[in-house]
Write a new protein. Structure first.
Length: 378
């Protein structure tokens, strides 16, 4: 069912002008700059040069993705922290079985290749920031393997898909300075589904949901933490009022379960309150094809995260958070095989007081992101 499983051209920094033509090889690179500051004179910036290579041969496809990232944090009253290094390399492979069975199938096998930076110093650990502030906060981990299976079908105006995944995460040294070596993060099992109803060829609505289960983290073979599972569910609508226009609106909720922490006896106990709050996300995207070579668009996102269940005076209390971001972007085909894109975004963010993982007073953030991309098809 190609409407749900067909080839979708994905860009890290920009979107394409139209459905990508078949190509044996696609290469993409660019430059991103992200910056934020808060009302307490803290600021940070991140510069990244991503590299993405995609190839396909018949029903088999593979994508290789890595980046060199330079991150710097300037906290008020403390020494700055910085790190420049390559992050881990992602290898994503898939095999499609399309239009040959009653349902369509994609079999995937993804790898995380540990080319990034691990064993961070105490100062470098400060660079693992809120991903709502800086896009890349994971600088490296172990060798991971992620097999996936996706099934989809179409019946009249209805289409549905169901995906399963198992992420095996390998061991690595997180930080010797804080005593976290031989760290083994828990494996993750995921299931995701989506159903679409095509009111007309230009208008469809969708419902989607998923759940993830987390295994136990261990440090030198001893249980250290178990993340609570989470459920995400939402709805959306996609409308193309004319050939040049596309509007996509969605709203989703994310609901996390209680985590487990080691007790004084060493056993893993479920926390008395939920350290996670519920999260709500609204997305609106508009795209307009100026001509066959040029596309422009805009995106808006609102995120609302409720405070967690711990009392305000408790050591694990985290207050409510909200973020609003707005972006504009454009892509231009320079030649039949080369395109360039620009993506500019800004955001406002507010965090209430938090005591975990360390005390932070109420803060207001402003930030922006600029991304340039150059992609070629061969």
């Amino acid at each position: 069912m190609r409407k749900l499983l067909g080839a979708i051209c994905f860009s890290v920094l920009a979107f394409t002008t139209a459905v990508c033509p078949a190509a044996d090889l696609r290469m993409q690179s660019g430059f991103t700059f992200d910056w934020w500051s808060d009302n307490r004179s803290n600021d940070a910036r991140q510069i990244a040069v991503p590299v993405r290579v995609e190839g396909n041969a018949g029903d088999f496809s593979a994508t290789l993705l890595t980046a060199h990232v330079d991150t710097r944090l300037n906290p008020e009253g403390r020494d700055s922290a910085s790190l420049g290094a390559f992050v881990d390399t992602k290898l994503v492979t898939s095999y499609q079985i399309i239009d040959r069975l009653p349902i369509d199938i994609i079999i995937g096998l993804d790898f995380n290749l540990p080319t990034g930076k691990t064993n961070l110093s105490r100062r470098e650990l400060n660079l693992i920031m809120d991903p709502d502030l800086i896009p890349i906060v994971n600088f490296g981990e172990g060798f991971n393997v992620n097999p996936t299976v996706t099934l989809a079908g179409q019946w009249g105006n209805w289409a549905a898909g169901l995906g399963f995944g198992y992420l095996w995460r390998g061991e690595y040294d997180y930080s010797a300075e804080i005593g976290v070596t031989d760290y083994s993060p828990g494996d993750i099992i995921t299931i995701n589904g989506e159903a679409r109803y095509y009111v007309t060829p230009r208008l469809y609505s969708r419902l989607f949901a998923g759940h993830s289960w987390y295994g136990r983290d261990t440090v030198r073979g001893i249980d250290s933490y178990q993340e609570g599972g989470f459920t995400a569910a939402g709805a959306g609508v996609n409308y193309s009022p004319a050939e040049q226009w596309n509007i996509d609106i969605s709203f989703r909720g994310i609901f996390r379960e209680k985590s487990k922490f080691p007790s004084t006896t060493g056993a893993m106990d479920t926390e008395p309150y939920n350290i996670h709050g519920d999260e709500w996300v609204a997305d609106v995207g508009v795209r307009y094809l100026v001509d066959e070579k040029t596309a422009v668009g805009s995106t808006f996102q609102g995120r609302w995260h409720s405070g967690n269940d711990y009392p305000e005076a408790a050591s694990r209390h985290i207050g409510a958070r909200e973020k609003y971001s707005l972006g504009v972007k454009a892509v231009r085909a320079l030649t039949p095989h080369l395109e360039a894109g620009l993506d500019v975004r800004g955001f406002l963010k507010h965090d209430e007081k938090a005591n975990f993982p360390q005390y932070q007073p109420e803060r207001h953030f402003t930030g922006f992101s600029v991304a340039l991309v150059l992609a070629g098809k061969f």
